[in-house]
Design a protein around this ligand. Structure first.
Ligand code: APR
Length: 177
């Protein structure tokens, strides 16, 4: 459980669809091509419209663990921070470190851009198969550590698409369900 004593209201957990949030940026759990896919990637591209794919084509991809910024187009969010999580292969192929770097990369872009509020899905826990409880612990630990050292972003919202993920984040934060 991460120490978030000084950060209780800067880290939030919400159940819902990340494409509907009016925040400075939402994070997309993309693949290395950045050319769309299923899961949250597909939902974000559907909601943002074709201009998002057009901009992504010009980005030239993104290695696992890194992140790239685009505009949000038809999304209520102003921007999308695309990151590429690790494909789970049992945990001994560097997956935990790559996932941790995803969060750090997204937070660094938010800080550089002066984004006050960002929303983040449970990166790599769907198609990529990363165990959700372990992923939630990594996500909370990285975000708590970053916010303890940085004022911006002011708020990070973990957006959970189902109750199992919400429970995993509450457990990682030491909060009751
Ligand atoms: N809002 C919030 N969270 C969502 C949404 C949504 N609209 N849709 C899905 N999710 C959740 C999933 O339930 C899961 O917890 O996002 C988390 C990440 O799952 P995936 O979207 O499958 O992403 P990931 O596991 O990182 O796999 C990435 O899947 O969609 C493709 O193009 C993508 O190849 C890439 C791979």
């Amino acid at each position: 459980m991460a120490r978030t004593g000084a950060l209780p209201n800067r880290i939030r957990i919400e159940l819902g669809d990340i494409t509907r949030l009016t925040v400075d940026a939402i994070v997309n759990a993309a693949n290395a091509s950045l050319l769309g896919g299923g899961g949250v990637d597909g939902a974000i591209h559907r909601a943002a419209g074709p201009e998002l794919l057009a901009e992504c084509r010009g980005v030239g991809g993104c290695p696992p663990g890194e992140a790239r910024l685009t505009r949000g187009y038809r999304l209520p969010a102003g921007h999308v921070i695309h990151t590429v999580g690790p494909i789970w292969r049992g945990g001994d192929a560097g997956e935990p470190d790559i996932l941790a770097r995803c969060y750090r990369s997204c937070l660094a872009i938010a800080r550089e851009q002066g984004f006050q509020t960002i929303a983040v899905p449970a990166i790599a826990t769907g198609v990529y198969g990363f165990p959700r409880d372990r992923a939630a612990r990594i996500a909370v630990a990285e975000v708590a550590a970053y916010l303890a050292q940085n004022e911006i972003p002011a708020i990070v919202i973990f957006v959970c698409f189902d109750e199992a993920n919400r429970d995993a984040y509450n457990a990682a934060l030491g909060r009751g369900n």
